[in-house]
Write a protein that binds this ligand. Sequence first.
Ligand code: SF4
Length: 953
Amino acid sequence: MTDFKRDGSHLAYCPPVEKWDDWVELDPEAWPRRVEKHYQLVPTVCFNCESACGLLAYVDKQTGQVSKFEGNPMHPASRGRLCAKGPATINQIHDPDRVLYPMKRNGPRGAGKWTRTSWDEVLETFGTRMRKAIQENRGEEIMYHVGRPGHDYIMDRTLQAWGIDGHNSHTNVCSSSARLGYLLWHYADRPSPDHANARFILLLSAHLESGHYFNPHAQRIIDGKMAGAKLAVMDPRLSNTASMADYWMPTYPGTEAAVLLAMAKVILDENRFDAKFVKTWTNWEDLEVDGYHAKGQSFEATIEALKKHYAQFTPQFAERESGAKAEVIVKIAREIATAGSRFASHLWRGSASGNLGGWQPARALMLLHVLTGSVGTEGGHNLNAWNKFIPKTFKTPPPQKRWNELLYPQEWPLCTHEMSFLLPHFLREGRGRIDSYFTRVFNPVWTYPDGFSWIEMLRDEEKVGLHAALTPTWSETAWFADYVLPMGFSSERHDLMSQESYAGKWIGFRQPVNRVLRERAGEKFEYTYQANPGEVWEEDEFWINLSWAIDPDGSMGIRQYFESPYHPGQKLTVDEYYGWIFDNSVPGLPETAKKEGLTPLEYMRKYGAYEITRDVYKQNEKPLSEGDLAGSRVEPNGVVTKDGKPVGVMIDDQPVVGYGTPSRKLELFSKTMADWKWPEFTLPEYYRSHIHCSAHAASLGQSPEDFDPHYMPVVEWPKDARGEVFTLLPIFRLPNLIHTRSGNAKFLYEISHKNPLWVNPVDAKKLGGIRTGDLMKVHTEIGYFVLHAWVTEGLMPGVVACSHHLGRWRVNKDDQVERMSSAWVDLKEVGKGQWKMRQLESVSPYDSRDPETKRVWWSDAGVHQDITFPVHPDPVSGMHCWHQMVRVEKAGPEDRYGDIFVDTNLSFAVYQRWKALARPAPGPGGLRRPLWIPRVVRPEESAYYIKSDATKK
Ligand code: SF4
């Protein structure tokens, strides 16, 4: 693959930019006649995962309609390539079942009665209600809860302009554990691996196939492989990724840290580590371990202490724990050592999000990077903060003064993100209520564990006063809202995006294609919904207008942030918002645009993306600026401080930026963990997950020696649970499905619409000789689900697996969720908190304005498993630990495919057992959480203290 070039010449078959205004192709529908079709090509950005790849919308010049989406060759991260989900945007925008107008509930919540309403009515209703809440000092009762953000910064700014602590996210069911593992080392909470230049790549889980930053990373992993890099994959499942690897290491879930620490031991024992790097860039002098104190000791003595500490992690021990072969562990460790600074890796979900202690694999993986000196290097591990662009805007609201305990409760002071999946339990415990609730591209009833507890919360008007679901599609959650507000897909909205996709920094600009084209032709629109299908809007303009509705005369101090920076007192437009950012905040863009005679906004509208820099390596070595040095002092440990806060560190007698940690170095030893009541985890460690075999045994009433209830909650099975105990892997995804937004992408559902239970042949025998297609009943701690078996050697024994992103359901026969992707179900609460779901009818052909829905040939929508899982908050990271201990048996005569039962009383009890393992704040000085650890929409410092005046130092 030729590397990205700004003129697009790296892709021979992509339409060159100069032809985008009149691109000619032969009409495939006219074939074999050769009929020309003329298109205008408009760049935008895909919204179907976080990667933000560049799309080109092909607009038929005859009809003015978008005919297809392909890759934008001018996008530096995706380089003209897409995964299957990008082109499927065409299905989404033409979906016959999509929501086209704002809808208002007309009957009891969840009854499915709706009437069309106007945007003005929506703004007036919420504006009035929110103004009252803010004026009555009830700002915490306003909550914005996001699933797929798809934008950068604008929402943080909006919430701070409102002065509330109201940002909630999905991150604690997604990536919080991995983030904690990374940030304890270097403050940045995500890796940015330079796969393309690596010599050895280690992936934990199916990253190449479906993982984080899927397409941009996948193509660079292949670039790296084609240049000679070797690839190892640690995954219990033979994923597509594992099938492409040089080494597939199936490891028992939750034991990954043991394997990684065994590799670290090999590198340490064989003295193949980069001593200069470790000595210079880690805080080894702070190390305290097994009675050894490094202060005043030599580096060599400290390394010996480290070797002793990790002596227990022999490859043989790791093999016993994980099932991975000891000799393979040693071999890979040596390959990693040989790759040295060109060792890249990634870990995001899988091991991190499945397990109790899932933050430790990220910490252990980082230890390998530190030992090999592959941090900040070409071909190594870089930091997301170095590669991601964060915009600055014209008027920045101050941080909010308040702290919302529904978001960051005291039990989990080290959680990186909001404890969002516990919200129903928090409200059930009486910790608060929500007055105005905005869910945005967010479907917790279906994607979260314990979805029936969400239904119980959402239908209770005492707990949730008014709920607006901002969504491009119907969803199981929108059904329980008061308002369903249609928001645009990739080609119907503005957003600014940047991700850490490769060794470079870029921005992408999503834009509403029809509006852009019609404005180019001379029409003028006040709002994007006037140019979109129906009255589909975009959030940017919605929030601007809602802010004006809250504070119409500006007296609350809110409106000022939503006024034009160019025309004081006038309402901000999206052109002004993004135009200001592109003019003032993106280095190099104004100059590049000027060379083409364009304004920066025109440049972004023309190309859709811009590469800011490739100078991204070793940002820690950058000298401190004169501004930072002015008034600073050097502490005895070499940390440069200013106003009492670390800003840099002395390296070789030079003040440099370093990392964002308290020591400004990579923290091999975390004093934070000791200070916050976890002294046993000051170093990267391994401890057993809640689905370890000892926990299996404990759940059956046995007393295994290695089960420690201090760390692991005991599973209590429902009375009727029978069958063999297994670990269920529920968090892999078929690579062509989009969280909750593939339901209206018919091409994607045509490819994937079934999620059977993967069972190894060894286990199939143990289960009485089951075969593919047999009906199985899977019992969780709170209920069960019923699905078909798939007997396969693509999964290690002792584990069963089921992909998520399938099993959509609707309670009304003909609406609510797209019929091509959902089963019509009978949903009943049969006793207090006891919920039963049975499929009445699965997918079949149907009439709609899309003639292809009559040709739907598949008859399965899959089975919903997440709703049968209780919440499992990790006591340290707060992350939901997705893996489940389950009991599996053949289904009985009463059981039917797709049956689900859950008792939410049991789920509340499980929540309490896990909560009891946490070690709550306050921490030092009465803090709610460490000041140095990042927090989403960070409040002012005084809000960090539980009793700010009494305990503030
Ligand atoms: S990886 Fe696929 S879904 Fe994600 S942004 Fe790129 S094309 Fe879209």
